[in-house]
Design a protein around this ligand. Sequence first.
Ligand code: GLA
Length: 379
Amino acid sequence: MIEQRFHAIHGTTPEAVVRAPGRVNLIGEHTDYNDGFVLPAAIDRSIDFAGRKRADRLVRVHSLDFNAAAEFSLDDIQKDPSKPWSNYIRGVSKYLEEDGHRLSGADIVFGGNVPREAGLSSSAAVEVGTAAFWKNLVGLEADPVYLVKLARKAENQFVGVPCGIMDQFISALGREHHALFLDCRDLTYRHVPLRDDVKIVVCNSGVKRALAQSEYEVRLNQCRQAVALIASTGRAVRSLRDVAPEDLEAARSALSEILFRRARHVVSENHRVLEAVRVLEAGKLERFGELMNASHESLRDDYEVSSKELDVLVELARNQPGVLGARMTGAGFGGCTVNLVRQEAAEAFAEAVRRGYQDTLGLKAEIYICKASQGALGA
Ligand code: GLA
């Protein structure tokens, strides 16, 4: 418990305690930075924060996971390349101060069980957790969506990772027993109930996402180029969100083969999300699973962000009884797969995939049977 860890370090009780979950994306991958649709869920793994005010403007942070400490003054917040884990906290604190919110010096202890570099958004959980922590500690008057945008700005501009808005959004606004359907253009959203008789099972390939950042930027730029070329054929499009499948076919000759495939992933994925939400709300889980499968194929063949390990996990999964759908989740190039599995089959599924992965590739997979959880800034 984070309260006890705080007490062990500081000899007193914390004034503010918050919990920010990691996430798994059910469908809608590489669509958020194309103004598209996503359907993630917050999971029951979180980064937790406990802290107390100090009388000065110093922030002292203790990371349980790194067993290390860092400190900075709220009057001069700089990036610290020697303690990258602290930069998410620095970035969020800096942008809150810059927006005129008056924070207070604080002693903070944080840590949790969202695996790092596994595609489950531990960094978004740290950013959103920091925002939620300040909200509780100093009583910030701030709308959750404003804090989500600020958390993303910290990742994009302070830490320097060009992610979309999905991860921060779901860590903040996830809901127990629900997925969250988000329109990444206007940020309207609604929670979609998940049934108890199916489980979200996450398989961690254990492979760190080595290429993730450079290839992510390549994909981002390819999407922008595709939009510019499609627009040059006379179609009024601002982003791939605006491109219908027929438009893409019609503009095919304006695109290189590779740009066409990149765009086809995003355009088809947006359609899959819209259908996935409809069938989930109608209780048609078999169809939902088929859409997850199709999403994986598109990410593997058209967007080319899967990996051997992820493909093996997906194949193993699809051979198990009770599996409705299986796909890679998150940015790709390692990290995790997400699987929808009938409840009664979930334990056997986990065991079979673990064994199969060991037998096929000689690698260890960690498997988490997840519960959709509450976000850090939800009502
Ligand atoms: C990472 C990014 C998200 C999103 C996914 C891919 O998780 O942080 O914004 O782009 O990749 O869907």
